[in-house]
Write a protein that binds this ligand. Structure first.
Ligand code: AMP
Length: 393
């Protein structure tokens, strides 16, 4: 068990916290979705309420080791100030003399936000000297950016070499739910996988076949599976060269007594556009048509399986939900899952975006904030940013 914020004394201490403030900005550099900032508030408020001096650090976008004005964190500082109703002092760099002076002048309850970590190429390289400079800004380190825990960067792993290091509330909730579903899930356990890229999800399937009872497949990845089962897939998006892999998965599933479900009908269209001609077809997709969502028969069957399940993990939308005509499958499953009396864990990235868009987030047991990180957890990998945190005695 990893130590969390409640296991350490923070009164009067400089608390260096890694957050994920990689938020979307519009053309005028306003934050268009502040949910990642809001997600960090429980840890932030706890630290301030307990007399800590808070030094926050984050990345934003991909500045690739260079200072680029469009990736500065000023809009984040403004939004955080508004949410906290107090001034958040934003620095123009994340290391250096100005930062050190400002940090040394802090009083209890002060908040400083460092500039984008990725303005320094040393961040992604986990450079020990850079990590040491970051670490010198705090007396304890709190990891609250689950979305980057699968990366060994200076601000996630490097700093832990120099400071007592614990999980913030956001990361500790992620650990709690992913440990539960990967180590001790209540059965029956259903995994829903969708999205576009199949190869990304193969390691998850291989690892989770040991744990789940049902695997529901949707999204574009279903067509790669269906093609290897000799179903017509028309002009749907598929990944070539996967036949052997798919066969291996079906064989493994048989050995482990896992039922794999593939779509029996589809919403197909003549193009990838909300205006394209669309219709519902049965299991074979005719030539020239593109599969963009699961059909009504499949939705009905998948709901039946979900109703039986006591643990549900969902990663990847089951259709091209960003376009209204192809969001029905994702919407119907999300609404159904939201009503179930089961442990429901929604993987980050697109699936979380879809559930948020449907305003169902608070009906799920856990909405993960990490896309890649949640997939790696399900693959059974050790996340370096979590492994580096101190263990409870
Ligand atoms: P991934 O990153 O692999 O999880 O893919 C997520 C993306 O897959 C989302 O943007 C979905 O809209 C997209 N997607 C889901 N189903 C389909 C489909 N049938 N055809 C094309 N894209 C899809």
């Amino acid at each position: 068990m990893k130590k969390t914020l409640v296991d350490i004394a923070i009164s009067g201490k400089r608390v260096l916290m890694r957050t994920d403030f990689n938020v979307p900005l519009n053309d005028t550099r306003n934050v268009t979705d502040d949910s990642r900032i809001v997600a960090a508030l429980p840890s932030i408020k706890y630290i301030l309420d307990n007399g800590g001096k808070l030094v926050l650090m984050s990345h934003l976008g991909r500045p690739k080791g260079e200072v680029k004005d469009e990736f500065r964190l000023d809009p984040v500082a403004d939004r955080l100030s508004a949410l906290l109703k107090k001034n958040v002092k934003k620095m123009d760099d994340c290391i250096g003399e100005d930062v050190e002076d400002a940090v040394n002048d802090m009083a209890a309850d002060d908040v400083i936000l460092l500039e984008n970590l990725r303005f320094h190429k040393e961040e992604k390289k986990n450079d020990p000297e850079f990590a040491k400079k970051l670490a010198s800004l705090g007396e304890v380190f709190v990891e609250d950016a689950f979305g980057t825990c699968h990366r060994a960067h200076a601000s996630t792993v490097g700093v832990t070499k120099y400071l007592p290091s614990v999980a913030g509330f956001l990361v500790s909730k992620e650990i709690e739910y992913f440990e539960k579903v990967t180590k001790n899930p209540e059965k029956p356990f259903c995994l829903i996988l969708g999205g576009a890229k199949v190869s990304d999800k193969i390691p998850v399937i291989e690892s989770m076949l040991d744990k789940v009872d049902y695997l529901l497949i949707g999204g574009a990845m279903a067509y790669t599976f269906l093609k290897s089962r000799f179903k017509g897939v028309g002009a749907s998006r598929i990944e070539e060269g996967m036949t052997d892999t798919v066969e291996r998965i079906f064989k493994l599933a048989r050995e482990k007594n896992v039922s794999i479900f593939l779509p029996q009908d589809h919403v197909v269209a003549t193009g990838i556009s909300p205006k394209a001609k669309a219709k519902v077809v049965g299991e074979h997709i005719p030539d020239g048509w593109i599969g963009l969502d699961i059909g009504p028969k499949t939705i009905k069957e998948y709901k039946k399986v979900l109703k039986e399940s006591k643990t549900i993990v969902w990663n990847g939308p089951v259709g091209l939900f960003e376009m209204k005509p192809y969001m029905t499958g994702t919407k119907e499953l999300a609404k159904f899952i939201a009503r179930l009396d089961a442990t429901t864990v929604i993987g980050g990235g697109d699936t979380a975006a879809a559930v948020n868009q449907l305003k169902l987030a608070n009906k799920m047991s856990h909405m993960s904030t990490g896309g890649g990180a949640s997939l790696e957890y399900l693959e059974g990998k050790v996340l370096p940013g979590i492994a580096a945190l101190n263990e409870k005695q």
